[in-house]
Ligand binder design. Structure first.
Ligand SMILES: [Zn+2]
Length: 354
């Protein structure tokens, strides 16, 4: 073990304040991750960073002033819901600022060279939050805010965001739909919430070709997700040459997740993390910033997060074995092949002009 870890997490106890007992996106998700890290004595392998709340101007890198004000006022008035899926507590606004702040801390720790990899454990999650509305348990789009800040503060022009949460990252897509400075590559179950993320959503204007959606039928697992990386993410990264790799790390494609129907195992998460790391090492000295998104099987999502951290950190922790039959969906491989062809054709000849 090196004296000083080059991988870290961002955590703050206030992330536990935003919670609702009977809602799947509750504080116990984070507690399960922390207790697994503690149980396995893994904290000494991780730099632990504390976030500061994002400033309103930083939230404003992605969200409209009126929406930010709306969230604040809804919390002040103690309204219990932002939309039917998305609860609020009186302190959710300040916790959401802290969650976005955690993504910013993770991004800065990697961009200023302190760490190679940093995983924000911020809650509430963010990838469904669009510039002018929150939804799907998300208030502010943590990863999008951090990506925009990376452009502003470090002059980045090519950021790869991979979103492996089981749901389409509609908020992140909306934030960068016109912007070639983010290549957004999103694999998700379809049909499913939020109902977007089809293959013909490819970006617009200068951003055409820089949004890549891979909608897969329920029932896909390790084989299809590996193919997604090998056939779509890796070849696109070779063309795009990202200066930073970011990950919307949802753990709800896990086979025993109560909200979705995919069949990923821990071995699948390990393989994806390894492939992501290879891509980052090839193109940007291994720089990876991950932000926690969904994942609702408490034990399963905790194990998937720790498996991901272990692979990104190169700890050699054995992958927990599960007896799950292998998947092999030809229809899914057909979608992956189609997206590969389409997205490479759209990007061809464009990237050099970015
Ligand atoms: Zn999700």
């Amino acid at each position: 073990m090196t004296a000083r870890p080059d991988i870290g997490i961002v955590y703050h106890p206030d992330f536990l304040i935003h919670t609702q007992d009977y809602h799947p996106e509750k504080k116990e998700r984070l507690l399960a991750i922390l207790s697994l890290l503690k149980e396995e004595k893994l904290f000494d392998r991780l730099e632990q960073l504390a976030p500061v709340p994002a400033r309103v101007e930083e939230i404003g890198l992605i969200h409209t002033e009126s929406y930010i004000k709306y969230v604040k006022e809804m919390c002040e008035r103690q309204r219990p819901y932002l939309d039917p899926d998305t609860y609020l507590t009186p302190r959710s606004y300040e916790v959401a600022l802290l969650s976005a702040g955690a993504a910013l801390t993770a991004m800065r720790s990697v961009m200023n060279g302190r760490l190679k990899t940093c995983f924000s454990l911020g809650r509430p999650p963010g990838h469904h939050a669009e510039p002018n509305r929150g939804m799907g348990f998300c208030l502010f789009n943590n990863i999008a805010i951090a990506a925009r800040a990376a452009m502003e503060e470090f002059g980045l022009e090519r950021i790869l965001i991979v979103d492996w949460d089981v749901h389409h990252g509609n908020g992140t897509q909306a934030a960068f739909y016109h912007d070639p400075r983010v290549l957004f590559v999103c694999v998700h179950q379809s049909p499913a919430y939020p109902g977007s993320g089809y293959t013909d959503e490819t970006g617009s204007g200068a951003g055409t070709g820089y949004t890549v959606n891979v909608p897969l039928p329920a029932g896909c697992g390790d084989a299809e997700y590996s193919a997604f990386f090998d056939e779509v993410v890796a070849p696109l990264a070779d063309v795009y040459r990202p200066q930073l790799v970011m990950l919307s790390a949802g753990q709800d494609a896990y086979h025993d997740d109560p909200l979705a129907g995919m069949r990923l195992t821990f071995a699948g998460y390990a393989a994806m993390a390894r492939k992501l790391k290879q891509i980052a090492e090839k193109h940007c000295s291994g720089k990876i910033v991950a932000c926690m998104e969904g994942g609702y099987n408490l034990k399963g999502q905790a194990e998937a997060v720790v498996t991901t951290l272990s692979e990104l950190g190169g700890w050699g922790r054995p992958v927990k074995n599960e007896n799950i039959p292998a998947t092999g969906r030809k229809d899914a491989l057909g979608v992956i092949a189609k997206v590969k062809e389409q997205s490479l054709a759209l990007l061809a000849g464009k990237v050099d002009t970015v």
